[in-house]
Design a protein. Structure first.
Length: 313
C-alpha cells in the first residue's frame, strides 16, 4: 500500500477519540504521507489551519466540541485558513441522509462512513488525486459539484481548482495551491458571486414590484428586501478595490431605497418604485464584463500554462 509519491504531501487529522485518531494516522502513514499532524481539540485544529498549509484535511463530523460542517463551510468561503480549495474528507458514524447531506452542503470533497478500513482511506485519497470533482459557486455554496445541490448548471460554470495533493503526487507544479494560483481561482469565484448577485437583483426587484398591498404580500416583500440588503452588503465587499468599484455608488444608492422600503408597510410608489427597477438594471449592466468572464470555465492547469507561456504571473 505504501506509495513514495505521497511522501511530500501533508495531512491535518482532527479526531477527539485517541484510538481512532491513532489508527487513522497509522493508515495515512502507511499510504505514504510524509507528514500527518493529528489533533484532538477544535482550537488546535483551527490554530493549525490558520498557521500551516496542508494538502489534505480529514475530520470527524460530530465531536464533543461541535459539528465539523460549519468549519468546512468557513474553510471553503476562505474565512479559515489560506487555501479554500484544500482537499477535505469528513468521517461520520451516522450515515443517514441528513448527515450525509450536511457534509455535502458544507463543501467536503468526500465522506467516509465509520468504521473504516485502511484500504477505504487509501481508495478515497487516490480518488482525490485521479478524479476530484470540479467546483461550482452559488450564492451560498462553494465546493465540489453535486447534482443534488444545483441542477441545470452548464459545463462552462465548472471550476478546476488548485489541488496541491495531485500536484505533489503526480509532480505537476502547475496545479499546486500556490498563493498565485489561489488568487487566480478566488478571482474567478469572485466573478461568479458578482454575477449571481446582480442577476438576482433583477429577479427579486421584479418580484417585489409584482406583490400586492395585502399583509401576506407585505411580509414577503420585507423578506425579499432583507435578502437584497444582505446581498448588497456582500456585493459591495466583493467589488471594493476592483475594476468594478465604480458600481459602489449605485449599490449605496440602492441600499437607501431598500432600507426605506423595508421600513414601510405602504405600497411602493413614485420615486422608490422607479429606482427599484432602474438601479438593479444599472448594476447589472455595469457588471456586464464580469458576467462574461464568470460564464467561462475555469481550469487552473490551463491558466497556469497560459501564464507560463506569456511569462507572467
Amino acid at each position: 500500500m505504501f506509495d513514495p509519491k505521497y511522501q511530500s504531501s501533508s495531512v491535518l487529522l482532527y479526531d477527539p477519540q485517541a484510538s481512532l485518531r491513532h489508527n487513522t494516522r497509522t493508515a495515512l502513514l502507511a499510504i505514504g504521507f510524509g507528514e500527518v499532524e493529528a489533533v484532538n481539540y477544535r482550537k488546535e485544529f483551527l490554530d493549525r489551519l490558520s498557521t500551516e498549509s496542508y494538502d489534505l484535511v480529514i475530520g470527524d463530523m460530530v465531536t464533543r466540541e461541535g459539528n465539523l460542517n460549519s468549519l468546512v463551510r468557513q474553510m471553503r468561503h476562505n474565512d479559515i485558513g489560506s487555501n479554500p480549495f484544500v482537499n477535505i474528507i469528513i468521517t461520520l458514524w451516522n450515515a443517514s441522509p441528513e448527515y450525509v447531506n450536511e457534509g455535502i452542503r458544507a463543501g467536503a470533497d468526500d465522506l467516509i462512513s465509520r468504521p473504516m478500513s485502511a484500504s477505504q482511506i487509501a481508495e478515497r485519497v487516490q480518488g482525490l488525486v485521479d478524479n476530484r470533482k470540479p467546483f461550482i459557486v452559488t450564492e451560498d455554496y462553494m465546493g465540489p459539484e453535486r447534482r443534488q445541490i444545483v441542477r441545470g448548471l452548464s459545463q462552462s460554470s465548472l471550476m478546476i481548482v488548485p489541488n496541491s495533493l495531485k500536484a505533489k503526487v503526480e509532480n505537476r507544479p502547475e496545479l499546486d495551491a500556490t498563493p498565485e494560483n489561489i488568487t487566480l481561482a478566488l478571482n474567478a469565484v469572485n466573478d461568479r458571486k458578482i454575477t449571481i448577485f446582480t442577476e438576482q437583483y433583477l429577479r427579486q426587484s421584479a418580484k417585489i414590484l409584482s406583490l400586492g398591498p395585502n399583509m401576506e404580500d407585505v411580509e414577503e416583500r420585507h423578506l425579499l428586501v432583507a435578502q437584497m440588503i444582505k446581498m448588497n452588503t456582500e456585493l459591495i465587499r466583493r467589488i471594493s478595490g476592483t475594476e468594478y468599484a465604480h458600481t459602489e455608488a449605485l449599490c449605496d444608492a440602492f441600499l437607501g431605497v431598500l432600507e426605506r422600503i423595508l421600513g414601510s408597510s405602504e405600497a411602493i410608489l413614485g420615486k422608490d418604485k422607479e429606482l427599484l427597477y432602474q438601479i438593479p438594471f444599472g448594476i447589472h449592466k455595469a457588471c456586464k464584463e464580469v458576467r462574461v468572464s464568470a460564464n467561462l470555465a475555469f481550469d487552473i492547469e490551463e491558466v497556469a500554462l497560459r501564464l507560463k507561456k506569456t511569462g507572467t504571473r
